[in-house]
Design a protein around this ligand. Structure first.
Ligand SMILES: [Zn+2]
Ligand SMILES: [Zn+2]
Length: 361
């Protein structure tokens, strides 16, 4: 059986996202049909508006979502119909060279649904990050579903599929923030705010938020930063150094992923510290750094997927922190909107509005 559902589609480069009817097939072996309850608006979707792999169109947007399993295909053991699940783009295959060497977070071929979702004329859709969740229903690989406690709201749970997972992981896993460390986070979108939360949880001494938008710095204050740098008014590197005894921070998270912010992160970091690239760069972005500085300043330049987090392991742990009152997922939630508001929501995201909206279905 095929399900006719409403979904947000981009047909060509530069086209506005539109709500269209798409066809979602019943799950085949190892696949799961999920009735989406909530889907976040993530900057990575902006990049997918330029097309899927190899520039393929049409694209089905959305990848940061939670919902309820409607049907499970043959051989699916981990979830069953009625389960509340968080979707994620990274379900390690278990057999590629990375997975075989216990480096599942670098999996070269993450699992995806094999059966295509299509337009009503049969044109195959490219689901964003292999999820495609700005839709009433989506089809994913079973490994892309992480079972969650239904006590958590779907809007809050959705964020764990991407931004919060990546930001929190950037501080805790990739940055390996330790007690007393100084941490600077460049960019106060969802990824940056989650990095602030992760740094605080890991016992950082100083946590400095850097952003050119005062509204976002105000929001970061609510996440417990100890200092802020408004990079529209003062140089980001000088600002971080001034708040760290002139040295720079032990760990700097670039939660934006632009050539400019990456260079700021590199020079705002103390010698032999760690820079974590956690914001997803645009495809054409190119960074230029003097190689002699890379050599002389030492340290670690890290850019693992999802901040080094593993969805199957970390989503449950983050939900648990939320339920125990130690991670306020509600603070990441912006306005609740409908599928028809997605185009405007992307524009607002481009203008730096935070917290980002969440689509309720
Ligand atoms: Zn693999
Ligand atoms: Zn995302």
């Amino acid at each position: 059986m095929t399900h006719e559902v409403r979904a947000v589609v981009v047909r060509e480069t530069g086209a506005h996202p539109s709500v269209e009817t798409v066809l979602v097939p019943d799950p085949g072996p190892g696949e799961v049909l999920v009735r989406v309850r909530s889907c976040g608006i993530c900057p990575a979707d902006l990049d997918w508006r330029e097309g899927g792999p190899d520039g393929r169109f049409p694209v089905l947007l959305g990848h940061e979502a939670a919902g309820v399993v409607a049907a499970a295909g043959a051989g699916v053991a981990g979830v069953r119909p009625g389960d509340f699940v968080v979707l994620n783009p990274h379900a390690p295959c278990g057999s590629c060279r990375s997975c075989r060497h216990a480096r599942a977070r670098g999996c070269a071929a993450p699992r995806r649904a094999a059966r295509p979702m299509t337009l009503t004329d049969g044109t195959e859709l490219s689901p964003a990050l292999g999820v495609g969740a700005l839709a009433e229903c989506t089809l994913v690989a079973a490994g892309q579903c992480v079972k969650a406690d239904p006590a958590v709201s779907s809007a809050a749970a959705a964020l764990l599929g991407c931004n919060v997972l990546a930001g929190y992981g950037a501080a805790v896993h990739a940055g390996a923030v330790g007690r007393g460390d100084s941490v600077a986070v460049i960019g106060c979108g969802s990824v940056g705010l989650a990095a602030v939360a992760g740094a605080r949880a890991a016992g950082a001494g100083r946590v400095i938020a850097v952003d050119p938008d005062g509204r976002r710095l105000d929001l970061a204050e609510r996440f417990g930063v100890t200092g802020t740098v408004n990079s529209a008014r003062i140089d980001a590197v000088e600002g971080v150094r001034a708040l760290t005894g002139g040295l720079g921070a032990d760990v700097v998270v670039d939660a934006v992923g632009s050539p400019e912010t990456y260079a700021q992160a590199f020079y705002a970091r103390d010698l032999a510290g760690t820079v974590v690239l956690a914001g997803a760069p645009a495809r054409a972005a190119t960074v230029r750094l003097p190689l002699s500085d890379v050599f002389a300043r030492g340290g670690v330049l890290s850019s693992p997927r999802h901040g080094g987090g593993l969805p199957a392991r970390d989503i449950g742990a983050l939900l648990d922190l939320h339920l125990k009152g130690r991670l306020d997922l509600g603070a990441f939630l912006g306005p609740r909107i409908g599928l028809g508001d997605v185009g405007a929501a992307f524009e607002a995201l481009c203008h730096g509005d935070m917290p980002a909206p969440v689509v309720l279905l």
